[in-house]
Design a protein around this ligand. Structure first.
Ligand SMILES: NC(=O)C1=CN([C@@H]2O[C@H](COP(=O)(O)OP(=O)(O)OC[C@H]3O[C@@H](n4cnc5c(N)ncnc54)[C@H](OP(=O)(O)O)[C@@H]3O)[C@@H](O)[C@H]2O)[C@@H](O)CC1
Ligand SMILES: Nc1ncnc2c1ncn2[C@@H]1O[C@H](COP(=O)(O)OP(=O)(O)O)[C@@H](O)[C@H]1O
Ligand SMILES: [K+]
Length: 481
């Protein structure tokens, strides 16, 4: 599945029309599918439809007609000046005898549900004056808001804060970068010819169907030496072993992702955990002899991070570089050596590598991840919400994960997860996007019971369940209608 920009969506729309597909059909399906979602969520609760003068408003007018036909009480407030399909939608609604009042008169009462059909992908800049005020009034109403295509105002502020959003034809960038404003996500197939949605040049949204074939198989004859062995190198002896837990969590992540054996190389005095690991206590960063197929390096490494990474490079094995191992000269050495490498910075670490502030990185994570991948020549996992995986010109946006994961050590777990998948033979890009998806899914499964107060080790423990959910019939974090 591809992530569209509003411009790419418009192009698809235009191409459909050039192919002879009537755009009015798209609008009809959009409004009809959105009316279906409305009824599923709110039953016969009365609706107030707020429609702009563009095609997003047109979708709202179609929805109003379908709700009316289904016996749902509807009041419609619409901007003047529709043209094209939206004007036809307006006439069709009027033909049913429904009154359309000016948008300026929009009011609502406590029983109603607001349908936000003010602006979609055609918005050119931040909402101002009347529209800004209207959206703020909608948000302050406390009423449920069903947004058509996009919460109006996105990607700018102010914007509608939707209870649920029905995206038409495909997800667009704001759906994933401003997830919070969208509420529950629905994806409506509105009959756009499928070829127009297959755009390899656009970022992918990782989906269960796309990832399932990547899951390493476990044959009957598997043994601990055949399913991928991981070496974890990290920790720092100074400061009283302050981050001694980080390599342990990485090892747990690797085991729970299916590694057959995990070797743990850490400073003397580090906890001998997990019990299942093979321990290599060291005085200074070193690469002991061990039979492994991939490495996770740098977790809790503090000032030793650079040295851990340079020692690890001697193994010439697929490697995950995390946390304190993330230095430009280290990345350059890995690139030069041609070692398959995945780096896993969060916005702060990526900002440091790119010479940007963490806020700038978080504002456009797709661009930041791609820039870092291009500059380093390595595979980048830019962690956050959403997490973005980049390699060369390939981009994959991860839809799983939630703020319950915002707790110390979950990133360490992820480094072990990706290393286990590398050790199982996956390419860096595949190990990264599958690992990130399962790690996020583990967090999502846990958040169903406990959305705050998770421990990183519990995320590791939930990985087998996430793996099973993916291999059975995993449900993506949106509903297709
Ligand atoms: N394939 C699909 O996905 C399909 C998509 N469809 C739907 O079409 C939607 C896109 O429709 P769209 O292009 O008509 O734009 P839309 O969002 O209605 O807004 C345009 C209006 O906003 C105005 N305006 C702009 N900026 C402004 C500002 N800052 N402040 C104030 N006003 C501003 C602008 O004014 P203008 O600049 O023209 O004067 C114009 O009047 C899309 O989201 C989906 O819902 C379906 O119908 C069918 C298939
Ligand atoms: N709000 C959030 N939504 C989704 N995932 C999150 C959120 N906050 C944190 N995460 C995930 O949790 C992990 C945190 O990693 P990191 O910041 O390196 O933590 P640590 O260094 O403590 O291990 C990342 O995988 C990140 O994507
Ligand atoms: K909208």
């Amino acid at each position: 599945m591809r992530l569209f920009t509003p411009e790419a969506m418009r192009e698809a729309d235009q191409k459909a029309v050039e192919m002879g597909y009537p755009s009015l059909l798209l609008m009809e399906w959009a409004g009809m599918k959105a009316a279906r979602v409305y009824q599923e969520l709110f039953g016969h609760r009365p609706a107030v439809v707020l429609a702009g003068k563009g095609n997003n408003g047109g979708d709202g007018l179609v929805l109003a007609r379908h709700l009316h036909l289904a016996g749902v009480p509807v009041r419609v407030f619409a901007a003047e000046g529709q043209g094209g399909d939206a004007l036809l939608a307006r006439r069709a609604l009027e033909a049913h005898g429904l009154e359309i009042r000016p948008l300026e008169e929009a009011i609502w009462n406590r029983e109603e549900v607001l349908v936000d059909a003010l602006f979609g992908t055609g918005l050119k800049g931040p909402l101002e004056s009347f529209h800004a005020g209207l959206v703020e009034r909608m948000n302050a109403s406390g009423l449920p808001i069903l947004a058509l295509d996009l919460p109006s105002g996105l990607p700018f502020t102010p914007h509608a804060q939707a209870t649920a959003t029905v995206a038409f034809a495909a997800f667009k960038t704001p759906h994933l970068l401003h997830r919070e404003a969208c509420g529950r996500l629905f994806l409506a197939d509105i009959g756009l010819p499928k070829v127009l949605l297959e755009r390899e040049d656009l970022p992918e949204i990782a989906t269960p169907e796309g990832l399932l074939p990547l899951l390493p198989k476990r044959p009957l004859t598997a043994h601990k030496g055949s399913v991928g062995r991981v070496g974890v190198l990290g920790g720092y002896r100074g400061e009283g072993l302050r981050y001694a837990g980080a390599p342990v969590l990485s090892a747990l992540g690797a085991y729970r992702m299916g590694a057959g054996l995990v070797h743990l190389v850490a400073p003397e005095g580090s906890p001998l955990e997990p019990l299942e690991a093979v321990f290599h206590p060291v005085q200074v960063p070193a690469l002991p002899s061990m039979r492994v197929e991939a490495l996770a390096v740098g977790m809790g490494g503090g000032p030793w991070g650079r040295e851990w990474a340079l020692k690890a490079l001697e193994a010439r094995l697929p490697t995950v570089l995390d946390a304190d191992a993330l230095h430009l000269e280290v990345l350059e050495a890995y690139r030069k050596a041609g070692v398959p490498t995945v780096l896993t910075p969060h916005a702060g670490e990526a900002g440091r590598l790119l010479g940007m502030s963490p806020e700038e990185v978080a504002k456009d994570p797709l661009r930041a991840a791609q820039t870092l991948a291009e500059r380093t020549g390595l595979t980048v996992v830019l962690k956050g919400n959403p997490t973005v995986v980049a390699q060369g010109s390939r981009l994959s946006v991860n839809p799983t994960g939630n703020p319950a994961l915002a707790t110390g050590g979950t990133g360490d777990v992820l480094s072990g997860v990706i290393a286990a998948l590398l050790a199982a033979g996956l390419s860096p890009f595949d190990a990264a996007r599958l690992g990130v998806y399962l790690h996020g899914l583990a967090g999502d499964l846990l958040a169903q019971e406990r959305d705050v107060g998770l421990l990183a080790r519990e995320v590791a423990e939930a990985l087998p369940k996430a793996r099973r959910a993916l291999s059975e019939s995993s449900i993506p974090p949106w509903r297709t209608v």
